[in-house]
Design a protein around this ligand. Structure first.
Ligand code: SAH
Length: 411
């Protein structure tokens, strides 16, 4: 048998066993969607659904083409625009068993790759062949997000929790609920909170830097673990006076601090800055935190001639969809232009985009334009992406979203 982490999720109809389609719910999809599956993608949009037969919300369904030929098993959502997420080229006889195998495979994948941290993403949805499930580890607490009807079913939750507990022995497992996503999936509202154990806060360590984690605080599942390797890379080049823009709980700032004379972090969220301040104390670092709108602050600082040796720009995703692309690019342009103007010769710019809809090429273009408009000559030191605990599937481009460029202003 192919190991769970190597198995393709979609297949050609040759995998059909003796021409027999398993009993149970079926969904027929368009020729266009079949082509997409054959290219290795795992999503089928609602507009490509031709018919459904007994497909209950969250069910495992047999996917067929319009002539009834079998193409594998998928998880069905009755309300999301992504109606089907492929999970196997074959019929799935025992779903909880498959889930447990895939959780084990996700953990095994990370063992040789994840270093110098006790906080990392344990399961990254499609990229770990567990579509709709995200699990992050913060030292002894697991933080879990369920994004689809199929993953929300009670037997599925029970299998996932049992395997995660058996493998990782967390002191507690917390669920972080995104009300907006539950609404999109037509799932009943649910509170965030502990699923197992009774520990709600802990301290975790990344690259030797310590952070507070509390299941009741923060954005996403708690921290931006996808930047973990970029924090270490940024620290490598950092020097002089540093400005961490969109600093959240201070992760870049704290990594830069040992290398820099002075560090300032800027964010518009007071709760994030309160945690940042506690993190500075935990690491015995002096960092100045400023609550401000980054656009206003950069405009004022640039106008008043302030200068820095290291600047980090890590804004939230500006392009939530391809429709916002122009606005997003304008946003990146403004930020990068001002930052480049403020850097001293030899200065370092670490600039990030976590918008999937802005490609690496588009991001590079906009930063190059900013350098031209700022009349600075700029070297590209590193083109980076998300940490390896956020794997990218080659044929599912949506799994690759984070861009991080490290640049040096030469004159
Ligand atoms: N660099 C952080 C992650 C940043 S996430 C890390 O590595 O942990 C984006 C941050 O931008 C969030 O903390 C959010 O509060 C902040 N933010 C969003 N809009 C902002 C604005 N206009 N000005 C300043 N901060 C903003």
């Amino acid at each position: 048998m192919v190991p769970a982490n190597r198995a393709p999720l979609a297949s050609s109809p040759r995998n059909q066993r003796n021409g027999v389609i398993p009993a149970g719910p079926k969904v027929a999809i368009s020729a266009r969607a079949i082509t997409r599956l054959k290219s290795g993608h795992v999503w089928i949009y609602r507009s490509d659904i031709l018919s459904t037969e007994n497909a209950a919300p969250g069910a495992i369904v047999s996917v067929t083409d319009e002539r009834g030929r079998y193409f594998g098993s998928a998880l069905y959502s009755s309300s999301s625009q992504i109606a089907l997420r492929m999970i196997s080229p074959e019929p799935v006889a025992d779903f909880p068993k498959l889930l447990r195998e895939r959780v084990r495979a996700a953990i095994a994948y990370r063992e040789p790759l994840v270093r110098d941290t006790d906080a990392y993403r344990v399961v990254f949805s499609e990229a770990d062949f567990l579509p709709g499930l995200i699990v992050d580890r913060y030292h002894d607490i697991l933080s879990l997000q369920i994004l689809t009807q199929a993953m929300d079913a009670e037997p599925v939750r029970a299998a996932l929790l049992a395997e995660l507990t058996e493998q990782l022995h967390p002191a507690a497992t917390a669920e972080r609920v995104e009300p907006h996503i539950r609404e999109l999936e037509s799932l009943p509202p649910r509170e965030s909170g502990l699923l197992t154990g009774d520990k709600a806060s802990t301290v975790f360590t990344m690259n030797g830097v310590r952070f507070h984690f509390d299941i009741r605080e923060g954005q996403k599942t708690g921290a931006f673990l996808d930047q973990r390797e970029n924090y270490a890379a940024a620290a490598h080049y950092a020097h002089g006076e540093a400005l961490d823009v969109f600093c959240y709980q201070g992760a870049f700032a704290l990594h830069l601090a040992p290398r820099c004379r002075a560090v300032t972090g800027v964010d518009s969220s007071r709760p994030a800055l309160e945690v940042a301040d506690k993190n500075a104390l935990l690491n015995q670092r002096e960092i100045e935190w400023i609550e401000a709108n980054a656009f206003d602050l950069l405009r004022d600082y640039a106008a008043s001639g302030r200068q820095y040796d290291t600047i980090v720009l890590d804004p939230p995703a500006f392009a939530k969809s391809r429709k916002n692309l122009e606005t997003a690019l304008r946003g990146y342009k403004e930020l990068n232009l001002r930052a480049l103007k403020m850097l001293r010769a030899g200065g370092i710019l670490v600039t990030c985009s976590c918008s999937y809809h802005v490609s690496e090429a588009e991001f590079l273009d906009v930063v190059a334009e900013s350098a031209r408009d700022a009349r600075r000559s700029v070297r590209l030191l590193e083109k980076r992406g998300q940490a390896k605990d956020h794997p990218m599937l080659l044929n599912v481009p949506e799994t690759s979203y984070l861009k991080c460029l490290i640049l040096q202003v030469s004159s």
